[in-house]
Ligand binder design. Sequence first.
Ligand SMILES: Nc1ncnc2c1ncn2[C@@H]1O[C@H](COP(=O)(O)OP(=O)(O)OP(=O)(O)O)[C@@H](O)[C@H]1O
Ligand SMILES: [Mg+2]
Length: 374
Amino acid sequence: MTPGSGPGRGRHATAAHRPASEPAPAAPAVPELSVPGPSVAGMSDAIVVEGLVKRYGATTALAGVDLTVAEGSVLGLLGPNGAGKTTVVRILSTLLVPDEGRAEVVGLDVVRDDDAVRAAIGLTGQYAAVDEYLTGYENLEMVGRLYRLSKAEARSRAGELLERFDLAAAAGRPAKTYSGGMRRRLDIAASLINRPRVLFLDEPTTGLDPRSRLAMWDFIAELADGGTTILLTTQYLEEADRLADRMVVIDRGQVIARGTADELKAQVGGQRLELTVTDAAVLPAMVEALRPLAVDEPLVDVQAKRLSLPVSGGAEVLAEALRRLDGSIHQIFDVGLRRPDLDDVFLALTGRVADDVPTDDEQPAEPVPTGGAR
Ligand SMILES: Nc1ncnc2c1ncn2[C@@H]1O[C@H](COP(=O)(O)OP(=O)(O)OP(=O)(O)O)[C@@H](O)[C@H]1O
Ligand SMILES: [Mg+2]
């Protein structure tokens, strides 16, 4: 369907056989989880970013970001609020000019060859960009016309995409009557009108309910399997794990880690056994009873009456933990196994919890949402 398609390219199969081509990070302090690749763009890189810097007044949004995305692969760009994810996407999609560094998309410079870049890419911004008063069908037809498709072409492409994104039944309704999940799907459909080789998805599932999120993941995986190169930003490790071949984690405008999901998770230390007790006084004894099961230092939060123990293994660890705590089982309020999330990645990589950058003085980087898309 899209140029660069290859038959039967499974998400993880592709990842496993692709040579590591990430350039070495600029700062030596960055933990390198993958084998450092050449710093020159490989033939097969659809996106190449080198030393990207962007400042907004006193705020340095990007402080020298390097990354590459192999043709036909999916890169997950992870980071907390204010990390610089949208800024990267906006530069790569020609909406913003960097202060320093360079970026190429399908071999085209995003500043010098901006028109050609725009023709080759699709962008689904962080906030829905649909026209509220037009129907789903009219929205897509309009975008098709903006891409200079003929009227007939725009119409047939609109119909095809509405079908594909399960919106055919709602095609004749104004977009303002759509749910958040439907808007998001319409938004992605619009970004595919021109059959882009490279697709940027900025937080495609933020604000969606679990069912819509799963459906969106299926759509994105399908696009990826069709050979579209995708750069998606997310705050959810699980999402990147599910969809991305490789991940780049940014924090305060800098890359703090890069690698495959497994490499990142290995860094974080796999599952955690989490235990909340009714009285914090019992925590020290519990730590000692459980320490043999831990693969790393247990974390104790006295205030929250909580104990978090990095473990390896599944249900059997939980069973063993409960056996060891048999005498004090009545003191346990809650217990369970939890998979690491982005907060754990940050804690492991930076030794601190991801900070929520204050948003009061922020100017919206994209149109303020007019509906419930986020
Ligand atoms: N137009 C702007 N004017 C001033 N500062 C901005 C502007 N856009 C972004 N910033 C700042 O640049 C930094 C990076 O913002 P960016 O939107 O790229 O982060 P993000 O990772 O996408 O965050 P989020 O998860 O909240 O979407 C933040 O500190 C933000 O306040
Ligand atoms: Mg953003």
